[in-house]
Design a protein around this ligand. Sequence first.
Ligand SMILES: NC(=O)c1ccc[n+]([C@@H]2O[C@H](COP(=O)([O-])OP(=O)(O)OC[C@H]3O[C@@H](n4cnc5c(N)ncnc54)[C@H](O)[C@@H]3O)[C@@H](O)[C@H]2O)c1
Ligand SMILES: [Zn+2]
Length: 389
Amino acid sequence: MKFIKQDFIVPFSYYTYFTEGLFKPDNLLFKDLIEADGEKGKRKLLVVIDSGVNDKHPQLQQEIFDYVQQFPHVFELVTAPVVVPGGEPSKNDESLVHYLLKEVEEYGICRHSYMVVIGGGAVLDMAGYVAAIAHRGVRLIRIPTTVLSQNDSGVGVKNGINAFEKKNFIGTFRPPYAVINDMEFLTTLRMRDWRAGIAEAIKVALIKDKKFFDLIRKNVTLLVNRDKEMMQKLIYRCADLKHIAGGDPFENGSSRPLDFGHWSAHKLESLTAYKLRHGEAVAIGMALDVTYSYLVGLLPENEWEKILDLIQNLGFKIYVPQLDETFDAQSSNTVLSGLNEFREHLGGELTIMLIESIGKGIEVNHIDISVMKEAIDILKEREEVKLMV
Ligand SMILES: NC(=O)c1ccc[n+]([C@@H]2O[C@H](COP(=O)([O-])OP(=O)(O)OC[C@H]3O[C@@H](n4cnc5c(N)ncnc54)[C@H](O)[C@@H]3O)[C@@H](O)[C@H]2O)c1
Ligand SMILES: [Zn+2]
């Protein structure tokens, strides 16, 4: 037998920066970052903005324009920023991918140019996918504008869109060139979007860091009252805990520790026609999996109570009717089918993260459906009690 083996290692590294007022004239972070790339001459920038951000920050386009003008030797803004629909619709409309690809082609964006994407997790995922496939990869600078994208989605390596009513069915693993978190964007978020990102922080705390869980618990009131400093702390710690170095960045294994609470969350998002935000669905998904963990004897009752209290005190729902409508593992239209879809998405054996104590995740390869059903009933009852008081 003849064969040729190709063997190589590709090192990746990128930074996530934290700032305020990124495009204010005296903030040199963006200019310095681009200037340090070793290229000669002007770098082309194609800027994409989430419509939700564009509406709430009407001065942003002018600020970017003025900023770029200040450094004509560094930047060439190839066209006015392209505004795309914000939120999940951007991942559900494949024509947007083609539209942005066309912009890349028309303005001659090459592998040494930059796509600069400003927006929530959904727009970052969609436009990041474009950056990954155009010319097999142009440089992507993510500027996340929601809590969730600043502490979780924007700092990772995944891009993608939804297809066949399945979340993230099409996508790539591709590290960004850099990520820049600008706290100022968060001031204009709707309350539900401010809250939604906290779910991902609870997620990492539950599987990895009890101290972080206690910090969130102690500061619920500040978080609910939109305290900037507290939120900044939460985002930094959460993003730091998402650290992928040494892990399995391209998900070659079957295990996805950071997808705790996500098997049902992804399914709930599509079952509710994306009326639930990703973070809101994750809050329900975690409530479900910690309740299951408690019922199968993994998690002590007092810790289970603490977790559900925290989720509810932050204002998250822990139950929606789609959780138990037509509860049937065989149908593709139920939450339970999310288990199989989750396995299929990752490949290999079903691997679900549960927790055995706050801060300590544990993986299992089997889920007892009748116990899961009981967990749903408990959440339903608890949500009803909450609504009554
Ligand atoms: N790639 C990953 O690793 C990863 C990880 C987690 C989640 N995600 C994805 O992220 C998406 C959710 O992202 P999200 O929670 O950021 O929500 P989102 O992107 O759906 O945005 C929610 C809403 O907020 C608006 N918005 C964004 N920034 C704003 C601002 N500064 N002020 C006012 N409004 C603003 C948007 O226009 C939209 O209407 C989901 O599609 C989820 O699958 C991806
Ligand atoms: Zn998530």
